[in-house]
Design a binder for this molecule. Sequence first.
Ligand code: SF4
Length: 319
Amino acid sequence: MALVMNGGTSYINEIKRLKEEKNAIILAHYYQTGDIQDIADNVGDSLALAQKAASNDADIILFAGVKFMAETAKILSPEKKVLLPDMAAGCSLSDSCNPADFEKFIKDNPGRTVITYVNTSAEVKALSDIICTSSNAVKIIESLPEGEKIIFAPDRNLGNYIINQTGRDMLVWNGTCHVHEEFSLEAIIKLKKQYPDAKTIVHPECELPVRMVADFIGSTSALLSFIKKDNGEIYIVATEPGIIHQMVKARPEKKYIPVPPRDSTCACSECNFMKLITVKKIYECLLNEKPEIILDKNIIERARKPIVRMLEISEKAGL
Ligand code: SF4
């Protein structure tokens, strides 16, 4: 149901009007709530949204996602105004990689190509050689010559998954996402017993025991593509449950079971940072054109190169 403002106009109608009036677009991540996904101009994972942020004709980009995503949009389109409806929408994974500590880690391990996941601050990106997302991480590592030594940050689970896939020499930073760490093998086994015909689909940020029981491992967009093409009928979904909104839209006849968190008394399998964004905050943000992402010019220049390399490699790989 649309939220209604004083006077009977809905926030959604006002957002549509403001978007047109200000030549703005809304980019929303799959982990946003369904109502936000439905008002967005583009919904996607980090790679798709970065690609969109790099090529659009809007004057304003409103990011319905978390801060590192909005920063990536600003780095790719510095001439545009980039808005984030709530500056507290951070990321535990990004926070696990402090720029000063990371710089020291790079200095202590010279001669390695630095690949960082997009879930990092602009300062950490500026220290990197190539950025990746969970959609293109394996392809990006494989694009490097065999034998090239690599530093990978910040997600240790994704890093170990990539080592497993590619066999490359990688030093992996010890960071994690609090959401994907919430999924336990025990909870999945319980669901598998309850739904013996279900296929288990898992994000690579999940821990190894969870990945080991997966029928399919992939980024959010890969999980979505998988359920579209696969002939299964029931799926146990081990990633942030926001993606299920798009799964239901794509294949409504199928059943999707989100894996509950270890602590069944909390909603911690949902990303509390992503869920800080609301329709009302989007409306206020578009109306007032703030909060706005402001980045140092030098950081933009340095962080842009590794992001552009990622986009170029992804394009070559057909991603
Ligand atoms: S789901 Fe995890 S990695 Fe994604 S934004 Fe939330 S905390 Fe960060």
